[in-house]
Design a protein around this ligand. Structure first.
Ligand SMILES: Cc1cc2nc3c(=O)[nH]c(=O)nc-3n(C[C@H](O)[C@H](O)[C@H](O)COP(=O)(O)OP(=O)(O)OC[C@H]3O[C@@H](n4cnc5c(N)ncnc54)[C@H](O)[C@@H]3O)c2cc1C
Length: 391
C-alpha cells in the first residue's frame, strides 16, 4: 500500500493549465501534488501552435469587445515570464517568434476595416514590408499586405519541460482516480490506491475532465469538444512563417506556425479554417491534397516537391458554451473543495491560475502542509506530434 499524502492543493491533469497553476502555487509556498495519467503536456498542449494570442484573431470577427479582456494582457505576462522577471521564471524556454503576423493575400482588405477599428488591436499592429517580412514571404512574386501583431510564439515542448522542472517533486504518474469521501464530503482522491488528502482539488485534465467528473458522480460543468484536422509539412526548403492568412470569412484561411524538428529541419504546422469542419470531414489524404492546393496557391515560390506530409486529428476541450460565450477568458467552476476548469487557450494558462488563486484567497486557504513528499513515480514528457508522425 503506497503511503498516504496530505497536501494543500491536489491538481489532476498536467497540461499547460495544471503545470502553470502548480508552479504558481509552489512559488507562493503551497504544497501541491500534480497527477498525470499519460504524459506531461501530451494532451492538447504540445499539439498546440504555441501562439500567445493577445486577442487579434477574435477581433477579426468582432467577438472581442475591448482591451479589458484577460487575453489582451497575455502577451505582456508571458513576455515577462520568459524574461525571468514575471510571475514564473520561464527563462530558457525557447521563443520561436517575437511576433505573429497577419497576412492578407492580393488586395483583400475590406474585412480589415472593423478589425483595425477594434480597441483590441489599436496601436498594436504595424504593417511590414521588404526585409521586415517573414522569411517565407520574401519573394518578388508576393503580393499582399502583412501586419505584425504583438503576439509571441513559444516552443511548447521547451515550455512544458521548464514548467515540469518548476514542479519539482510534486509530479505524480497515476492512472486510476477515485473519490476519497468522508461523511459524503470530498476530502481528496485515491490515486492508484494512494490516499491524497488536500484542502482543495483542481481538475485541469482538458478532455479528461468529463470522465473525472463522472467518476466523482458529477455532471457539471458540461464539456464540449471541437475537433481539428491539422496538417504537418516537413522539408529542407521550408523557411519560418508564423502567420494567419486572411480569407473572406471571419476565421483565418490558414494559420501557419513553424517548429524545429530534432533533425534540424523545419516543420510547418497548418491550422485555421482548413483544419475546421470541412477539413475534419476529409480523409487524411484529401486533407493533405487540400493543404497542398492552398499552399501552392498562396506561396507558389516555396518548393514543396520534396516535403513530407502528415495530418493530426485533435480535439479542443472546453466548457460547453453557447455561440455567445466569449473565447477570451479561462473558465473555472467551483463546488466546495472541488474546482474544475479549462484555460480554453494555451495563452490563457496564467488567467486560469489567477482564477484558482483568487478562489483560494477568497476562502482563506493558506499553505499548511510543508512536509517533504515521498519519492513519487514521475510521468514522462509529452513528445511533439512531428517527431512521432514525421521522424
Ligand atoms: C491543434 C491545436 C492548436 C492550438 N493552438 C493554440 C495556440 O496557438 N495558442 C493557444 O493559446 N491555444 C491553442 N490551442 C488551445 C490549447 O492547446 C489548449 O487550450 C490548452 O493546451 C489546454 O491545456 P490543458 O492543460 O487544459 O489541457 P491538456 O494539454 O489537454 O492537458 C490535460 C492533461 O490532463 C491529462 N489527463 C486527462 N485525464 C486524466 C486523468 N483522469 N487523470 C490524470 N490526468 C489526466 C491528460 O493526459 C493531459 O496531459 C490549440 C489547440 C489545438 C488542439
Amino acid at each position: 500500500m503506497p503511503s498516504a499524502i496530505s497536501t494543500d492543493v491536489l491538481i489532476v491533469g498536467a497540461g499547460v493549465a495544471g503545470l502553470w497553476l502548480n508552479a504558481r502555487l509552489r512559488r507562493q509556498g503551497f504544497s501541491t501534488v500534480l497527477v498525470e495519467s499519460a504524459s506531461l503536456g501530451g494532451g492538447q498542449s504540445v499539439k498546440s501552435q504555441g501562439i500567445i494570442h493577445g486577442g487579434a484573431k477574435y477581433a477579426l470577427h468582432g467577438a472581442l469587445t475591448g482591451a479589458s479582456e484577460a487575453i489582451a494582457d497575455m502577451p505582456r505576462r508571458w513576455r515577462e515570464a520568459l524574461a525571468g522577471t514575471g510571475e514564473l521564471d520561464l527563462s530558457g524556454v525557447r521563443l520561436l517568434s517575437e511576433a505573429h503576423y497577419l497576412w492578407s493575400p492580393g488586395t483583400l482588405a475590406g474585412n480589415l476595416t472593423s478589425f483595425f477599428a477594434s480597441k483590441a488591436v489599436r496601436g498594436r499592429v504595424d504593417q511590414v514590408k521588404g526585409e521586415q517580412l517573414p522569411p517565407a514571404l520574401q519573394d518578388k512574386r508576393f503580393k499582399g499586405k502583412v501586419y505584425r501583431l504583438a503576439e509571441l510564439v513559444v516552443d511548447v515542448p521547451s515550455l512544458i519541460e521548464r514548467l515540469a522542472d518548476l514542479g519539482g517533486d510534486s509530479l505524480l504518474a497515476g492512472q486510476q482516480i477515485e473519490p476519497l469521501l468522508e461523511n459524503g464530503q470530498l476530502l481528496g482522491l485515491r490515486v492508484d490506491g494512494r490516499e491524497v488528502r488536500a484542502q482543495r482539488i483542481v481538475l485541469s485534465a482538458g478532455a479528461g475532465n468529463a470522465a473525472l467528473l463522472d467518476t466523482l458522480g458529477l455532471s457539471q460543468p458540461a464539456m464540449q469538444r471541437r475537433p481539428l484536422h491539422m496538417v504537418l509539412v516537413k522539408g529542407p526548403s521550408l523557411k519560418p512563417l508564423y502567420a494567419h492568412c486572411l480569407g473572406g470569412g471571419p476565421k483565418p484561411r490558414i494559420t501557419v506556425t513553424t517548429h524545429p524538428a530534432a533533425d534540424g529541419q523545419w516543420v510547418w504546422y497548418v491550422g485555421g479554417d482548413i483544419a475546421e469542419a470541412e477539413g475534419v470531414a476529409r480523409e487524411p489524404a484529401q486533407q493533405i491534397a487540400a493543404a497542398q492546393k492552398e499552399l501552392g496557391q498562396l506561396l507558389p515560390w516555396i518548393d514543396l516537391s520534396s516535403a513530407r506530409w502528415a495530418t493530426l486529428r485533435v480535439d479542443r476541450a472546453e466548457p460547453a458554451q453557447s455561440g455567445l460565450t466569449r473565447p477570451d477568458n479561462a473558465f473555472l467552476a467551483e463546488q466546495e473543495r472541488l474546482l474544475v476548469g479549462w484555460p480554453t487557450k494555451l495563452a490563457l494558462a496564467p488567467d486560469f491560475a489567477d482564477r484558482v488563486l483568487s478562489a483560494l484567497e477568497r476562502d482563506g486557504v493558506r499553505p499548511l502542509h510543508g512536509d517533504a513528499l515521498p519519492s513519487l513515480p514521475k510521468p514522462p514528457l509529452g513528445q511533439p506530434a512531428w517527431e512521432q508522425l514525421l521522424p
